[in-house]
Design a protein around this ligand. Structure first.
Ligand code: AKB
Length: 319
């Protein structure tokens, strides 16, 4: 039981996590699953399993046959897309999680990682330095599914001893994969436009601060959480995680230090209303105490890395 499976391997986080797991454990130790084929040659060197995560029978067949040491279950519909298809978002986000938890209860999986999000917070949560045990008050279906999922994780841990671990990710910013359907996606797109010398129209307001994290920090947090001794994991709902907090206007200023001609305009859409319910910054002391979490990258360091990567043409292209 030393194999690891990433479900949702074609997604923004999936691609990045598979690359990191491959380089740590070897290509053959990692299996990847998704309903679509990942658009990344390196990722596809691992065994690919076509899987609809909502299909209980198919999921259980894969997990029983695979007998995985670790399953990273990342398949989900994010906040903005989820508001367009609320019932489909609920079905995907909940049913797929329950399929994995049941498989672990059967003993087919030793350890599960499942992502939660800052979307569990809402209007009655404090805006700044949100404590680990703050009120959860989600306003999106995505956020409701993450809140419910957190409690399902704790339930399976307490009732059945399932070793399931989780992080409340902020907006994730990376250049090796494309985000899809999130409220924080602007913070990836903006770099791609800037690197290509194109003006960017931001779908959030200039002063909308949100918690964000460079992808390498997020992947490292995930792997450190999964490598920690089970006795250290005191929180079985989901850990707060923080790295930086910035507004679109601040990221624009950071870009202009390296690309002075960059033009940024604002055309807020329905995603602004979602962003307004989320906090600015998060207190992640519990993660630091329990398994040593410490972010490494700040906004300007991330700007340099993102612009360099997009300028070198390492990645996807949208603009
Ligand atoms: C989204 O914007 O929906 C996600 C998230 C914060 O979980 N990036």
């Amino acid at each position: 039981m030393s194999k690891k499976l990433v479900i949702g391997a074609a997604g923004q986080l999936g691609i990045e996590l598979v690359l990191a797991l491959q380089s740590k454990h070897g290509i053959d130790s990692i299996h990847i699953a998704d309903i679509r084929v990942p658009e990344n040659e390196q990722v596809l060197k691992s065994t690919f399993l076509h899987l609809d995560a909502i299909d209980e029978g198919a999921m259980h067949k894969v997990l029983e046959e695979g007998q995985y040491e670790e399953v990273y279950h990342l398949a989900a519909m994010l906040s903005a897309t989820g508001e367009k298809r609320p019932l489909a978002a609920w079905d995907l986000n909940m049913q797929s999680l329950l399929n994995v938890l049941e498989a672990a209860k059967e003993g087919w999986v030793q350890r599960i990682f499942w992502p939660s999000s800052i979307a569990v917070f809402g209007p009655s949560t404090p805006k700044k330095d949100v404590p680990q045990n703050a009120t959860l008050d989600p306003t999106t279906v995505y956020g409701i599914s993450k809140q419910a999922g957190e409690y399902w994780c704790r339930y399976y841990h307490e009732k059945y001893g399932v070793d399931v671990r989780s992080l409340r990710y902020p907006g994730l910013i990376g250049h090796r994969s494309v985000p899809g359907g999130g409220t924080t996606d602007y913070a990836v797109e903006i770099y791609e436009y800037a690197a290509k010398g194109k003006p960017y129209s931001c779908f959030l307001k200039a002063d909308q601060a949100l918690p964000m994290m460079y992808m390498d920090d997020a992947v490292r947090a995930t792997m450190e959480l999964m490598a920690a001794p089970a006795k250290n994991i005191r929180i079985r709902t989901s850990y707060n995680l923080h790295a930086m907090s910035f507004t679109p206007s601040e990221v624009g200023e950071s870009i202009r230090q390296l690309a002075p001609e960059f033009q940024l305009v604002y055309n807020p859409d329905q995603r602004q209303a979602i962003a307004e319910t989320w906090p600015d910054s998060i207190n992640d002391q519990a993660a630091a105490e329990d398994w040593g979490w410490k972010p490494e990258l700040n906004l300007d360091q991330m700007t340099q890395l993102m612009l360099d990567a997009f300028r070198a043409g390492v990645v996807h292209t949208k603009p």
